[in-house]
Write a protein that binds this ligand. Structure first.
Ligand SMILES: Cc1ncc(COP(=O)(O)O)c(C=O)c1O
Length: 442
């Protein structure tokens, strides 16, 4: 085999069994394998060369579009210079440079802990919250509060506080002191543009948990800034502010999961800036490297960090970390990604395109079978009515039809979720609208 001229991505595999695929109905997949071989900008290409619009920026992550040459080069250069060194009581400069650059983007946070994924970021944030209270002599604070329909990844902590029943059902109880608030999807709010009017009072579920279990026993509440994998649910007006106030009243840490919304999805660096709320911890991943090399992180305020610095100088201050925390390749990818975001005005383009995206989505409101349209920034969902054969049937059929037509969307049950690359232009948004219209209107 000539290794120089052969890329495995170009060859349709004979063996579709060895790879146990994530979150996949594998028998259904194998009936008609959907494979992607190549990507560029806002487009994917199949091994046969068919172009697809990437309506989901990978999985809410390729914000600067695919295969950006500056990011590609930075990864190549770093691989040739320092492929790997760990960070346990030793270090490498690029991880420190990356951390400084990232905390410069967020006024209220002075530190970032590196992980390899969003799931690890969430579990890290939950552990930091528990350890923070222990360090402050409040080790009784063990309750972690999440929300129905929430997705915080698939590790033990994130799944415990998460609220998507299908993801939890196979595993039973994980962290025993996890509780859920109600979700914020109200049909009264159907077809809202941006933040819905109704539902700020749903934040009072946290107050009720405090009254029932003792606010002094609650360690943290975690919510997505905009619930993504639950079907794109922007928070009701005033909801996040109310949650913050309840946290303050009871000494509870507020963790904002920005794995999707971080790095420009709403047209600003981070959603907590867009909403003007001040969480104690913020989880990020995905767009941090434009998804080129896995990297996640937890932003922490200085108040949180200082609580870990009271022990003996030679004692590890947080007994937590990953072999690949601050991996040099991931850091090189992150630095280059931040260069691109800044020099090409990627977040500004997202803000500019958001109203065009909103108009496109809502122009589909009267298509057959559409019961709700939700959007904020460059994320949105078209909610289809459930088919008589059950939940997910309509969503799956639309997903398959759209793939054939040349558009990738993310079906979540019966909602068609979209989060295009932030470098998208008006023409591509209009093409997305035309393809979905053709699919739904026939
Ligand atoms: C809000 C949120 N948190 C956490 C995660 C988990 O991230 P990862 O898949 O990188 O583990 C996701 C993934 O989509 C997410 O949307």
């Amino acid at each position: 085999m000539n290794h120089q001229n052969t890329n495995p991505s170009d060859h349709v595999p004979n063996d579709l069994d060895s790879y146990w695929m994530p979150f996949t109905a594998s028998r259904w997949f194998k009936e008609n394998p959907r494979l992607i071989a190549r990507a560029e900008g806002t487009r994917y290409f199949t091994p046969e060369g068919h172009a697809l619009i990437d309506g989901t920026a990978g999985l809410w992550c390729c914000n600067a579009g695919h295969n950006h040459p500056h990011i590609v080069k930075a990864i190549q250069d770093q691989a040739a210079r320092l492929d790997f060194a760990h960070s346990f009581n030793q270090g490498h400069a690029i991880a420190f440079h990356t951390a400084s650059r990232l905390v410069d983007m967020v006024e209220d946070f002075d530190h970032i802990f590196f992980t390899n994924s969003g799931s690890e970021a969430v579990d890290t944030a939950l552990k930091i919250a528990l350890a923070y209270h222990s360090a402050n002599g409040e080790g009784q604070r063990r309750i972690l509060v999440g929300r129905q329909k929430a997705y915080h990844g698939i590790n033990f902590g994130g799944l415990s506080v998460g609220g998507i029943g299908l993801n939890k059902g196979q595993f039973g109880t994980l962290y025993p002191s996890a509780m859920q608030m109600r979700h914020t999807w109200l049909l009264d709010n159907a077809f809202s543009k941006g933040l819905p009017d109704q539902g700020a009072d749903l934040a009072d579920d946290l107050q009720q948990i405090c009254e029932t279990h003792g606010g002094h026993n609650v360690a943290a509440v975690i919510v997505e800034a905009v619930a993504g994998a639950g079907g794109v649910l922007p928070p009701p007006k005033g909801y996040l502010e109310r949650l913050r106030a309840i946290c303050d009243a009871h000494g509870i840490l507020m963790i904002l999961d920005e794995v999707i919304t971080g790095f420009g999805r709403l047209g600003q660096g981070f959603a907590h800036q867009y909403f003007d709320v001040k969480p104690d911890l913020v989880t990020v991943a995905k767009g941090i490297t434009n998804a080129t090399v896995p990297l996640g992180g937890v932003f922490a305020t200085d108040k949180i960090r200082q609580a870990f610095l009271n022990g003996p100088k030679t004692m590890v201050d947080l007994f937590h970390g990953y072999t690949y925390s601050g991996h040099p390749l991931a850091c090189a990818a992150a630095l280059a990604t931040l260069d691109v975001y800044q020099s090409e005005g990627v977040f500004e383009n997202a803000a500019l395109m958001a109203p065009i995206f909103e108009d496109m989505l809502h122009s589909l409101a009267d298509a057959p079978g559409v019961i709700d349209v939700r959007n904020i920034g460059l994320m949105g969902a078209i909610q289809l009515d459930q088919h008589a054969d059950g939940m997910g049937v309509a969503g799956r059929a639309a997903f398959e039809g759209l793939w054939e037509k040349g558009l990738v969307v993310r079906p979540v049950g019966d909602s068609l979720c979209m989060s295009p690359p932030l470098v998208i232009d008006r023409e591509t948004i209009e093409q997305i609208g035309d393809l979905i219209s053709a699919q739904l209107r026939g």
